[in-house]
Design a protein around this ligand. Structure first.
Ligand code: SF4
Length: 325
């Protein structure tokens, strides 16, 4: 590789590393922490891979060319280096600006542009090019739109399915302000998994997800289940909840038949976001996973670095099995 290319690559790497460290306030794989005085040091089990490699940069370039957004970038996901080198990304539709201001999330809040009518085809093109077998698509919340973006969701799902009929597609949506008609519009387009994250326990919900509520999110999941969807939700640990509160939520989720559960550690994206109350150790994640499986969840992903879309491609077989059940 010519020297200039190598030099440009290493400069890009340094910039990316600095950006990530600045947002997360912690070091990445051996690098010195950028601002240890701002955030408590991370425990050993919180590991991030430096974003690098041909696949990472090729994917980043193609996402930009198509004018797409990913939650991997917008939410400063610490797994981006690992996921993108596996060609695993989570596209975020309906723009890059969210109408809500959840206190854990790094996606910018503001007044979004109207949905891009070319976006459904661009998403389908991107996923078709990657030849993925399973993927997650998510969105920003669009409380400014009368249907919360449901019609755009449906157009996107149909475009993806037209181009990649074998792809197992998981949609991670907002709560549509509890509008079950909007949920039905999304489901009618035929996603393979309907996911909506509760994020935290009822006691902390208002503080963590300012414009949302536990009851409304629970009702959305319940509604999707009554429509026969394979359902999935995720919770973060480390926001101030207790393990027993998590277990109570797990019981309530099983009461309505939610199929897939993810549990991961909350990491503060910047000093402007909610502080991490504690870092749950890996053994606690393992114990919660064992309890969740004993309660009857068909599938559980639980670990400090787990996100709702982390290694979702590994859930393809379980989704197909649930579909044939
Ligand atoms: S865990 Fe999800 S959001 Fe994070 S980089 Fe991987 S695919 Fe993207």
């Amino acid at each position: 590789m010519p020297d200039r290319v190598v030099e440009t690559r290493s400069r890009k790497l340094r910039i990316l590393q600095a950006e990530l460290e600045d947002k997360l306030g912690q070091g990445i794989d051996g690098a010195a922490p950028a601002a240890p005085e701002r955030l408590p040091p991370k425990p050993d089990w919180i590991r991030m891979k430096m974003p690098a490699g041909e696949k990472f940069f090729d994917l980043k370039k193609r996402v930009a060319e198509l004018g797409l957004h990913t939650v991997c970038e917008s939410a400063s996901c610490p797994n981006i280096g690992e996921c993108w080198n596996r060609q695993s990304l989570t596209i975020m539709i309906l723009g890059g600006i969210c109408t809500r201001s959840c206190q854990f999330c790094d996606v910018p809040t503001g007044r979004p542009l109207p949905p891009d009518p070319a976006e459904p085809e661009h998403v389908a093109m991107m996923l078709g090019e990657l030849g993925l077998r399973h993927t997650v698509v998510t969105c920003v919340d669009r409380d400014d739109l009368p249907d919360g973006g449901a019609a755009h969701w449906a157009a996107t799902i149909r475009a993806i399915k037209r181009r990649s009929p074998e792809l197992v597609l998981e949609v991670l949506t907002g709560d549509f302000k509890g509008d079950t008609g909007a949920v039905d519009t999304v489901l009618a387009a035929g996603p393979d998994v309907f996911a909506h994250n509760l994020e935290t326990v009822p006691r902390l919900s208002k503080q963590v997800r300012v414009q949302a509520s536990y009851a409304r999110s629970y009702a959305v999941l319940h509604h999707a289940k009554t429509r026969g969807a394979i359902t999935k939700t995720g919770l973060m640990l480390g926001l101030g909840e207790t393990p027993d509160e998590i277990r109570q939520v797990m019981r309530e989720l099983r009461e309505i038949g939610v199929d897939i559960l993810t549990l991961g550690q909350y990491l503060r994206p910047s000093p402007r976001h909610l502080a991490v109350a504690r870092f749950a150790p890996p053994e606690e994640f393992a114990a919660l996973k064992a309890d969740a499986l004993a309660m009857g969840f068909p599938h559980v992903e639980s670990g400090p670095m787990v996100r709702s879309s982390y290694h979702a491609d590994g859930q393809r077989d379980i989704v197909l099995a649930l579909r044939n059940r």
